[in-house]
Design a protein around this ligand. Structure first.
Ligand code: FEO
Length: 167
């Protein structure tokens, strides 16, 4: 059985993952409007992946006989100045998510909730990958600066992202 505070913290994280999906879908819509189809595709898959994270929290809370309580999801930003700004903010967001997950791990440890601690380890590993992937794209965009030809190449490269395997 989850403690009340752990249940609340897991529900908060479920909400944060939903917001992540919403934010990335907003970034995808921004890229669609800018005719950057590869970046839009990448963000659409990112949004989809975040929904898988939501489902993991949903299933886990239910498996522990807790109660999933869905709250309001805040509206994401809708406009950005450049692809570099979008991906930089995506990286900042992933760092925030990492810190939230670390906080959950700390809480599980302090409550000696070994099941939740174990459940969260998947997310700890996932965040390393998420941050590294986005940081790689930010790095490329910093190198190409305002070169349209290079931006076209990066955009085309990002069309190759495929759906993550089921988790
Ligand atoms: Fe669900 Fe991108 O962290």
């Amino acid at each position: 059985m989850l403690t009340e505070s752990m249940q609340q913290a897991l529900n908060d994280q479920l909400n944060a993952e939903l917001y992540s999906s919403y934010l990335y879908l907003s970034m995808a819509a921004h890229f669609q409007s800018a005719d950057l189809a590869g970046m839009a595709h990448w963000m659409e898959l990112q949004a989809q992946e975040e929904l898988l994270h939501v489902k993991k929290y949903y299933d886990y809370i239910n498996d522990r006989h807790g109660r999933v309580l869905l709250g309001a999801v805040k509206g994401p930003k809708t406009e950005w100045d450049s692809p570099l700004q979008v991906f930089t903010e995506a990286l900042e967001h992933e760092k925030l998510v990492t810190s939230l997950i670390n906080g959950l791990v700390d809480l599980a440890g302090s409550q000696k909730d070994h099941s939740t601690h174990n459940f969260l380890q998947w997310f700890v590993a996932e965040q390393v990958e998420e941050e590294a992937t986005v940081a790689g794209i930010v790095g490329q965009l910093k190198i190409i600066k305002d070169n349209p030809g290079a931006l076209f190449m990066v955009d085309r490269e990002l069309t190759k992202r495929v759906v993550a395997p089921a988790i």
